[in-house]
Design a protein around this ligand. Structure first.
Ligand code: GDP
Length: 224
């Protein structure tokens, strides 16, 4: 992860009731490496996270379909970058994509295998010109593991906007959840492009904020 990014969009729109309808995600293709990715002609937001943090559940919650991320879980595809086109019935996104990156720390994978696909992820993150933002999914009970910190450092150095989802928030009582949110936010202060929210793929907590983030990032800026 090396290249520094500049000139990212900084505009934001407030979350609102109209933003709550889901996105339609259609599986496009899988790629083992950067060279095999589809043409970089549409803005992309990548989803990263440790294996089992709930990345697939978040994508399914986004689309309202349990089938969406199933494709990323099918044998042979777990180690690939999986591309989804985004449609936003009557909404803001014309032509965007979400990219489900391979989960880090997949227990059944050998070290060599893991190193190979992490290299593919690093190459994608470093050189994909149409990457406009990152969503990092963490288990709220185990936040800021080594891989998470690596991704956060890279995104900060690259000036890439990032939304961190502290997922599985439904597993914690309100007080502990808020404390964790405060602690993680404190550890990541002075990073204006990083936003952190409590999320639950089960209850939908945080979904309007996630949808709003994606719509803001995937919508091309209108000329004045
Ligand atoms: P992935 O490996 O990151 O894609 O993780 P999955 O989406 O497969 O989720 C791993 C496990 O966590 C599954 O058993 C999910 O049902 C569960 N899970 C995911 N998100 C949530 C959540 O928000 N709340 C709860 N309680 N369980 C979740």
């Amino acid at each position: 992860m090396s290249k520094t990014r500049t000139d990212r969009k900084s505009s934001t729109r407030p979350a609102s009731q109209e933003d709550t309808p889901r996105l339609t995600l259609s599986f496009m293709t899988s790629a083992p490496d950067l060279a095999s990715c589809p043409a970089d002609e549409a803005p992309e937001v990548a989803f990263a996270g440790r294996s089992n943090a709930g990345k697939s559940s978040v994508l399914n919650r986004l689309s309202g379909s349990r089938q969406t991320a199933k494709v990323s879980k099918t044998p042979g595809r777990t180690q690939l970058l999986n591309f989804f086109s985004v449609r936003d019935g009557g909404g803001a996104v014309d032509d965007g994509r979400l990219v489900d990156l391979p989960g880090y720390g997949y227990a059944k994978a050998g070290r060599k295998e893991q190193a190979r696909w992490q290299a593919a992820v690093n190459e994608y993150l470093s050189h994909r010109d149409n990457l406009v933002a990152l969503v990092l999914v963490m288990d709220i009970r185990h936040p800021l593991q080594a891989y998470d910190l690596e991704v956060i450092e890279w995104a900060t150095a690259s000036q890439l906007p990032m939304l961190i989802l502290l997922n599985k928030a439904d597993k914690l009582k309100y007080g502990i959840r808020q404390r964790t949110l405060k602690t993680v936010s404190g550890q990541l202060q002075n990073r204006p492009l990083v936003r952190i929210i409590a999320f639950s793929a089960v209850t939908g907590l945080g979904l309007p904020e996630l949808l709003d983030f994606l719509r803001n990032r995937l919508t091309p800026e209108k000329p004045d």
